[in-house]
Design a protein around this ligand. Structure first.
Ligand code: OOG
Ligand code: MG
Length: 296
């Protein structure tokens, strides 16, 4: 087992147990970090998970400044991390989760080159989304390779109702609310200076990782604002002008008994991921099943 495989196993374990790990001592570059990410995802897929799509990170100045990282990063979105719009999501398995508003694109056709990103039908639909990020590193602190290896802190995502994609509407107001209070505001124009660039950027980074974008996948374009801490009981809502809103409420299960609650953050909400047994991370009871954004 190489050091890179070991790191993937450590990060995988941290995500499954909800226990933070120290940053790796060894030095490694971005290319190796993407290899760790690939291995990390391979471990999840081996347990029955599937890819729901891909994501970009650090596409806005607000995020880059908040985290002190200055390159756009690429991650994989596991199906098991889906949270249904409007649902109660169990966050007890997370370490120190944060939420951020996202523009989510639904990929309409196979995109194997950045040039194809602008072809008609490349984007089938668009929606307001919320991403839950949860760095597996202590104190939510990392270098660029660290966060890439950790699958860009990906932990959960919520997609609002899909809307027809109108590329002329690219500079839209973004609001993030917690418990009805506005905590972040911004504009989708902060994403790469123009969120329409997100698709080509994702295709480019996917190709480097040996992947092409598949129809039916989601693409999270990267938060337009800094992230906010997510605490139990919080009702989180994001709204994007013309795209509508999306929400969920963070819950933790009632402790059955003191001894039981001290262990195992592993099991997920009943019914949340029946098809992916043993995969941690899925949250979300289906309160409004029609609005999950699963349809393609
Ligand atoms: C990394 C994830 C970045 C975004 O939208 O910029 C990201 C992190 O902030 O921990 O998802
Ligand atoms: Mg994000």
């Amino acid at each position: 087992m190489t050091d890179l495989h070991k790191l993937a196993a450590v990060l995988d374990e941290a995500a499954r147990t909800g226990r933070a790990v120290p940053r790796p001592e060894q030095d490694y570059g971005v290319a190796d970090a993407y290899r760790v990410q690939e291995e990390l995802i391979r471990l999840r897929l081996e347990r029955g998970d599937r890819l729901a799509g891909v994501k970009l990170g650090f596409t806005s100045e607000g995020k880059r400044r908040q985290m002190g990282v200055h390159d756009v990063i690429f991650g994989r979105v596991p199906e098991s991390s889906a949270i249904l719009d409007g649902s109660y999501a169990d966050i007890s398995g997370f370490i120190h989760p944060r939420v951020e508003p996202e523009v989510v694109y639904l990929i309409g056709r196979r995109i194997a080159s950045p040039g194809d990103a602008l072809a008609p039908g490349a984007v089938a639909a668009v929606a307001a989304g919320i991403e839950v990020i949860d760095s597996r590193y202590e104190d939510f602190r990392f270098s660029l390779p660290d966060v890439i290896a950790d699958n860009t802190s990906a932990a959960g995502y919520v997609v609002g109702p899909w809307q027809p994609y109108d590329p002329s509407r690219w500079n839209l107001g973004v609001v993030l609310e917690i418990d009805g209070r506005v905590v972040q505001t911004g504009s989708t124009g902060a994403i790469l200076g123009d969120p329409r660039r997100a698709l080509a950027e994702a295709v480019r980074l996917a190709l480097q990782a040996g992947m092409v974008l598949e129809p039916g996948w989601v693409l999270l374009a990267g938060a337009a604002t800094p992230a906010e801490p997510l605490v139990p009981g919080a009702r989180v809502r994001a709204e994007i002008q013309h795209l509508g809103s999306v929400s969920f409420t963070a819950s933790v299960p009632e402790p059955a008994s003191a001894s039981e609650s001290a262990s195992a953050p592993g099991p997920t909400t009943p019914g949340a991921s029946a098809e992916t047994p043993g995969v941690s991370g899925v949250r979300g009871a289906s309160e409004r099943p029609g609005t999950s954004g699963e349809e393609s």
